[in-house]
Design a protein around this ligand. Structure first.
Ligand code: GEK
Length: 255
């Protein structure tokens, strides 16, 4: 066991794309990915540990009593754990949702481990569901931490509109995403720098190339401008980017 963003997890190294594959299948969040996920996301997403911890800190400013906090696309519950470390409010509950059964199963185990290590944490419900089919309860905080990019582009506005309608005054949506850029030179430079980041974290050229081809049809990034326009169209009043590391960013959307 090692610690990952302050929690105890089994941290196996990500070697999923280390061997040449005849045909690279589309990426899925299956049991193999779950096993190496903490290592994979930390070595692939620049700024991830900083973002996760700060989502907890920011959540403590927006969370309100008698409300639900959502972690949508929770994976192994890193954001949920950060919410529970930082938010201490009466009659407040976290709902963590993912549609990968392998993720949900392991996430529940890690949250039990967190419960056994700390007292007076917010209660949490881990639900296996498609976030597109959720009936949102009144909420003061919604985290979409690198999840929207896996939703089909044509379904993103409706999801954000439903989140906006469930958000209470004074609440917030915390949205983190990989970005693309309209300017070709900026796109190329930040893509190259992201590849350099992965190389510096020990990924081979083969691993980088096979992962890219596995994910390109599954994860479709938007530009910051597309996010801003869509969030405003969904009824949010303000979009405030608070963090960017290379082509990965996080923003606060206010109702
Ligand atoms: C973290 N937030 O560690 N419904 C529910 N879950 C979904 C859906 C959907 N329609 N589509 C994708 N997912 C996490 C990281 S990972 C990001 C989020 C990444 C889930 C999917 O199963 C996966 O667990 C997660 O969204 C995306 O802060 O791996 O780059």
């Amino acid at each position: 066991m090692q610690t990952f963003i302050g929690i105890a997890v089994n941290k196996q190294p990500d070697r999923i794309f280390a061997q040449p594959l005849e045909q690279v299948p589309d990426f899925t969040f299956n049991e193999d990915v779950v096993r190496v996920f903490p290592d994979m996301i930390k070595r692939s997403v620049p700024g991830y540990p900083t973002i996760v911890e700060n989502l907890g800190v920011m959540a403590s400013q927006f969370a309100q009593p008698h409300s639900v906090l959502y972690d949508l696309g929770c994976s192994l519950g890193a954001v949920t754990q950060a919410l529970r470390r930082h938010v201490q409010i009466e009659d407040c509950q976290v709902i963590a949702v993912d549609n990968s059964s392998a993720m949900v199963e392991r996430c529940s185990e890690y949250l039990h481990a967190q419960d056994s290590m700390f007292q007076e944490l917010l209660p949490v419900d881990v639900i296996e569901a498609d976030i597109l089919n959720l009936d949102f309860q009144p909420t003061s905080l919604v985290a979409l931490n690198f999840t929207l990019q896996f939703i089909k582009p044509e379904q993103r506005l409706e999801l954000l509109t439903r989140i906006r309608q469930a958000l209470m005054p004074g609440g917030a949506l915390l949205l983190s995403e990989k970005l693309c850029f309209a300017d070709a030179e900026q796109q190329q430079l930040l893509t190259d720098l992201h590849i350099a980041f992965k190389r510096a974290n020990g990924y081979s050229e083969l691993e980088i190339a096979q992962k890219r081809s596995a994910i390109e049809n599954v994860m479709i990034p938007d530009s910051l401008e597309q996010h801003r326009e869509r969030l405003l169209a969904a009824g949010f009043s303000k979009v405030i980017p608070w963090f960017q590391c290379l082509n990965f960013a996080s923003m606060i959307a206010l109702p």
